[in-house]
Design a protein around this ligand. Structure first.
Ligand SMILES: C[S@@+](CC[C@H](N)C(=O)[O-])C[C@H]1O[C@@H](n2cnc3c(N)ncnc32)[C@H](O)[C@@H]1O
Length: 235
């Protein structure tokens, strides 16, 4: 198991409410950060609805703001697990806000992304894990940006070693298109399935999450396994 019961989870790029609700339902203390006020409002509405239906053992919390500003204000070592899905550079643009990673040029994106990863590692307690769900992206000339190696290197530079990875195999037309074609057409799509990387906050492993070895799993399974939620059927 990656996370102790009732542990605290940090999600620097929260997006939708699902991770917060799943975590809160399982009694985990979830803190999500997002730049979008509409998204945070919608998440809070959903959490309020779950609370009225008695579905939350712990109330998830969403902090509105730039993860690069918010994370430094969080206490060192206060979290037991980081689970997040960051913008894949500009693959999907979320807003024109200057702090939105999806609106930045690659060089600035890479710099800020590294800083946020370093801060997220600082927020992790010792010997805990982080999962970053990332896929590869290409530049306008069709060359790989190497977002996946950047994610791994940024963690290692911050003192978290790369412990394991898992690949999400989705039988979607998008992925098949990416795999089956070459050249310009393939360049429009992520060239590889989404990967989830498990990083460890300290060199000496005490926890060995054996569930991670071997098979491909989807994002819900990743979170459910990390939280040891018995029924992890996606809503
Ligand atoms: C890939 S989405 C998250 C998607 C989420 N995993 C989901 O399934 O709903 C990335 C999120 O990062 C947010 N974001 C972009 N730049 C940010 C920043 N600097 N700080 C915090 N959130 C940011 C966007 O508003 C967007 O909601």
């Amino acid at each position: 198991m990656v996370l102790p019961g009732g542990g605290a989870i940090l999600d620097p790029f929260a997006g939708g409410s699902v991770r917060g609700l799943v975590a809160g339902n399982g009694g985990y203390r979830y803190t999500g950060v997002d730049l979008s006020p509409d998204q945070v409002d919608a998440n809070e509405d959903q959490a309020a609805d779950w609370a009225t239906r008695d579905l939350l053992a712990a109330e998830p919390q969403w902090l509105l703001g730039d993860a690069a500003d918010v994370l430094p204000s969080l206490q060192r070592g206060a979290y037991d697990y980081v689970f997040t899905c960051p913008p894949y550079h500009n693959l999907e643009k979320y807003s024109d806000h200057p702090a939105d990673l999806s609106a930045m040029r690659w060089k600035e994106f890479a710099e800020v992304y590294r800083e946020i990863i370093a801060e997220s590692v600082r927020c992790l307690a010792e010997d805990r894990f982080a999962t970053w769900v990332v896929g590869e992206v290409r530049n306008s000339a069709g060359a790989l940006r190497n977002l996946v190696p950047l994610t791994i290197a940024a963690h290692e530079d911050a003192g978290a070693r790369h412990y394991n990875d898992a690949v999400l195999m989705t039988p979607s037309a998008r992925c098949r298109c990416g795999w089956a074609t070459s050249g310009a057409r393939a360049a429009r799509w992520p060239p590889s399935p989404v990967r989830a990387h498990l990083h460890q906050g300290r060199p000496q492993a005490r926890h060995r999450p054996s569930a991670w070895r071997g098979r491909g799993v989807n994002g819900y399974e990743l979170l459910a396994r990390a939280l040891a939620v018995p029924d992890h059927t996606p809503p």
